[in-house]
Structure formats: C-alpha cells, structure tokens
Unconditional design. Structure first.
Length: 401
C-alpha cells in the first residue's frame, strides 16, 4: 500500500458553544473556510491540488446541512473543481475524516485530501437533528438507549470510579491546558478574525482555574435525568442487573464543554509532497473503528486502541503519547486503568474537559495537538482515540518522519 503522510494540521481556537461564546457570530461554513484557506495558503495548494475535502459535521441541520463540506469549499478560496463530502461518526467525525483520507491515499484513490471537521454548537444545538436511536421506540428499547451522561455514570459505577477521581482528573486537565496555553504549545491554532480582519479569538476560550473544592460544590448533571424524569437509571439497570444503582458522579466540571471550532489536516502521498515542495510531519501508521455496547456507549477507546495496535503490529508500550478525548472523566479513567497507562503520557496538554468538545472537529483538533506535542517533546509515535455516541470507537496511530 502507498504510505499516507500528514503534511500540515491547523485548527481554530475552541469557543464556548453558547450564544455568549466568542465564536457564536461565526457560522460553521465560515469557520471551515478559514482553516481551508489557511491550509491552502501555507502549503501552496493552487488549482485542483487535492482530490476531495472530507469534513466531519455532526448536527447536519439548517445552516450546517446540505453538504456543508461542499459549501465550505465554495465559501473558501479553494478551486471549485475540488468536491466536498460531509460525514458523521458523531464525536469521532473529525478523526474519521482523516482516517478516510489516509486510507484512500493508501489505497490509491487519490494523491491528496483535506480532512477535518467543524461544529458550531452555539448556533445549531447538539441533538437538534433528532435521531432514530432515541426517537424510534423499537430501536430505543432494543438498544436500551440512555443519554450519554447516564452512560458515563454507568462506566463510573461499573468500574468503580469515584467522584473524587473524576474531579481530580478534571482539575489536572485544566492545569495542563492552562500551562500549555501559556507556554505556547498549541502551535496549530489559527486565530479567528471578524469580517473586518480584527482578531476575535486567539486562544481556547473555556480554560479556567479549577480546584477540588470548586468542583465539589457542583451538583451531578444527570442524576435527575436518571432517577426522576424518564427513569433512564431503570433502563440501565435492566441492561446491567449486577449493578444495585447508578452512581451519578459527572457534572459540568468533569465533563467536556459544549464548544465551537474547526480543524483541517492535509494528507497525501510522498509524491504529492515532492511535487509541492512539502515535507511530511508524520505518517499514518494505522487506523481503526469498532462498534461497542450502545447503552454504556462510551467504552470504545479501549477496543479501538487494541484493534489499531494490532493493525500496526505494535504493543501499547510502543506508543510515546496518547490523546484520549475527554468526553467525560470516566472515559479517560477507564482507558488509564484498563491499560495501566502512565498518566504522564495521556492528554499531556489537557483535553476537552478544559477546552471543550466541538463534536465534528474534535478528532482532528486532538490529532493536531498530538502532532504538535510529538514535535515539541521529540517523541516518535502517538495514538489518538475517541469514544462515540451509540456505542462506537475510533483510533489512529501516527509516527513522525
């Protein structure tokens, strides 16, 4: 197979995904065009230089519908002959876009692709597109559907993670993110300007001082939903009768924040790089995707990691750095305990608990974060993995060249 190389990766800062967030005024199509234009300019991509734009976009509704990827190409300065395709693998959409691009390169279906994703959660709210998994009675009952926050609490209950452990992980995520931001470790950030060219956001907006006392004062976010409203705890206990009850440990401080943002990655062959005078930053070693239990839902990073390691012919200890999306604290705690991983190698610059989770973009964002850190700390191999709604997981291994 042809090797697939990463030539560049950029992202916007992550803005608070609420109407008072800084990026609320910027539609997803414009956020997308900003990173597409920057990637093209930095890498001298003129004309029909890439085969396709593969773009993660979870809530494909309203201004984010009608193949946002193609709209973003037309909004940008890219050649109109470059097509675009929007994909949705929920939280891993941005990474899946990169994986699809890499695997098409490896299979000979094109010399180069731009891949990544976007989400404007302040303008098009999460879940506003509906979905059969929650709305169709037959499917919801068959899958023992519960909301993701309940799933995170099931993980905590089933594997014995305490509120204190989850809060400690959140405090550390904030500490690491703040230090990384102050030290300029996020090299891939592209400041967002308004239509007049004035900068409106240069840093991740949601990083904030946090301590155990402050987090301890927050009420569990999903307790009422589980116990009082539709009784989702009862549904979960039907699926897992070995549990006496669901311990609700997650809240706004130890869960990922709702965010706006976009990210783009340039993937191509060795010959593409030589033609455009580009030096590859990394090679995509292997990719994976898995399906998992749809009720507990968020355990995918473990089997996805096992699968991608097997595909690469590697062991867990061969990986220098890991990015495990911090959808909820229990997701990362499960990864750490299952693999007995060194916490100093996982999310070393913080994660989505501190900086937010713009669904369609996050996978590409944390890939860029990983690549920046591998170069900064002179590491050779890195692994990115995310849990995914409805019970899935995805992972990618990259190595510097």
């Amino acid at each position: 197979m042809t090797d697939a190389y990463i030539y560049d990766a950029i992202r916007t800062p992550r803005g608070k995904g609420k109407p008072d967030g800084t990026l609320h005024e910027v539609p997803a199509v414009r956020l997308s065009a900003l990173v597409l234009n920057e990637l093209a300019q930095r890498n001298n991509l003129e004309g029909h230089a890439v085969e396709d734009v593969i773009w993660g976009n979870v809530t494909q509704l309203g201004e984010k519908g009608a193949c946002l990827a193609r709209s973003a190409v037309l909004y940008s300065d890219l050649d109109e002959r470059i097509p675009g395709v929007s994909i949705n693998r929920f939280c891993a959409s941005g990474l899946e876009a990169v994986n699809m691009a890499a695997n098409q390169v490896r299979g000979g279906a094109g010399d180069a692709f731009i891949a990544g994703g976007v989400e404007s959660m302040s303008r098009v709210p999460m879940g506003s597109d509906g979905g059969a998994i929650a709305a169709d009675p037959y499917l919801a009952m068959k899958a023992y559907f519960v909301p993701q926050g309940i799933s995170a609490d099931i993980i905590a209950t089933k594997f014995g993670f305490s509120r204190e452990e989850a809060d400690a992980l959140a405090v550390e995520s904030q500490r690491r993110a703040k230090a990384a931001d102050e030290q300029g470790r996020f090299k891939s950030i592209l400041p967002v300007n308004d239509i007049n060219g004035l900068s409106i956001l240069e840093h991740d907006e949601m990083i904030r001082p946090t301590d155990m006392q402050g987090l301890g004062a927050l009420n569990p976010s999903f307790k009422q939903m589980g116990e009082v409203m539709p009784g989702f705890d009862q549904i979960a206990l039907m699926k897992y009768p070995e549990l006496e009850r669901i311990e609700h440990i997650h809240h706004a401080g130890n869960s990922s924040g709702i965010a706006d943002g976009a990210a783009a990655v340039l993937v191509g062959t060795k010959e593409f790089g030589e033609k455009h005078g580009l030096k590859p930053r990394a090679r995509v070693r292997a990719t994976s995707r898995v399906g998992t239990d749809p009720t507990i839902m968020l355990t995918g990073p473990v089997p996805a990691t096992e699968r991608v390691l097997a595909a690469a012919g590697m062991e867990f200890g061969d990986i220098d750095l890991f990015e495990v999306n911090e959808a909820f604290a229990a997701v990362v705690l499960r990864f750490l305990t299952y693999f007995d991983a060194d916490p100093d190698k996982v999310n070393v610059n913080g994660g989505a608990i501190a900086m937010g989770h713009p669904l369609g973009a996050t996978g590409a964002i944390i890939l860029s974060t990983l690549l920046d850190e591998m170069e900064r700390s002179d590491k050779e191999t890195g692994l990115v993995t995310l849990c995914i709604g409805s019970g899935m997981g995805a992972a990618t291994i990259i190595e510097r060249v």
